[in-house]
Design a protein around this ligand. Structure first.
Ligand SMILES: [Zn+2]
Length: 249
């Protein structure tokens, strides 16, 4: 099955506007498959469309129903998604970790994965069709890369731990504040950075940093600051108690 067909089926093949569909013997301009009916390209591709080199049959003027649906569906551009022909999951940033690392829980057969950070570019028609939920290709707008769930899980866990001390900018750039390194522990830092630097600059590393949950992290940091303040206050209190104690005698 081609990528757009998987997605179209996952949506339960909604009807397209009947008027747009014409009987035509040929090939779909986008996915290249043989068609007996299709929609004129000018009714599908907008003037802003630029990905001409990624179309399979540039000589055709017609587009199949599945590709038409995918190009016109706004949810597929405004969300990241995972789909097989029976399931469709539209995902927000904070959903990504659960789905990408546990894909076998959600899909059964051939599937596609599209990730958006612009929330407007087309992913669906460019997705590779995958079959292994532990090792699959992600289409992320203009790039595509392999996601090895097991290997990346270890790095993701390390990143999350480091994220409690360092900012996303520090982790992405490798330019750390000295104070952060001291607080994290120099030896541990060196050990983690040894791993991070092997991946830094790769699409996978950028994705892992992107999908770390910043809301959860901020809650943790706020709680930590609060506890530290309370400890300080308590210590101050203890000191003044000592003073009072001394004064009495
Ligand atoms: Zn098509």
């Amino acid at each position: 099955m081609v990528n757009t067909e998987i997605i179209y089926k996952a949506f339960n093949k909604p009807d397209l506007e009947a008027l747009q569909i014409v009987q035509i013997e040929g090939h779909c301009k986008i996915c290249g498959k043989k068609i007996t009916e299709g929609v004129k390209e000018k009714n599908v591709l907008s003037a802003n469309f630029t990905n001409w080199s990624e179309l399979k049959r540039i000589d055709s003027n017609y587009i199949c129903k599945a590709c038409t649906f995918c190009m016109k569906n706004a949810d597929l551009r405004k969300n990241s998604f995972v789909a097989d022909s029976k399931h469709l999951y539209l995902l927000k940033k904070n959903d990504l970790e659960e789905y990408l690392f546990n894909l076998e829980k959600y899909i059964e057969a051939e599937f596609v994965v599209g990730i958006t950070r612009s929330f407007k570019k087309h992913n669906s028609f460019r997705c590779i069709v995958n079959s292994n939920p532990k090792r699959f290709y992600i289409r992320e707008e203009d790039r595509e890369y392999l996601f090895d769930a097991e290997k990346l899980k270890t790095i993701y866990e390390m990143l999350n731990e480091a994220y409690l001390q360092f900012s996303k900018e520090e982790l992405l750039s490798g330019q750390y504040k000295m104070i952060s390194i001291e607080q994290f522990g120099l030896e541990k830092f060196q050990q983690y950075e040894e791993v991070f630097k092997q991946y830094r600059g790769s699409a996978q590393f950028e994705l892992l940093v992107y999908m770390m949950n910043s809301e959860k992290r901020n809650e943790y940091i706020q709680a930590k600051i609060k506890t530290e303040k309370e400890i300080k206050k308590k210590k101050k209190g203890e000191k003044s108690n000592v003073k009072n104690h001394k004064r009495k005698y």
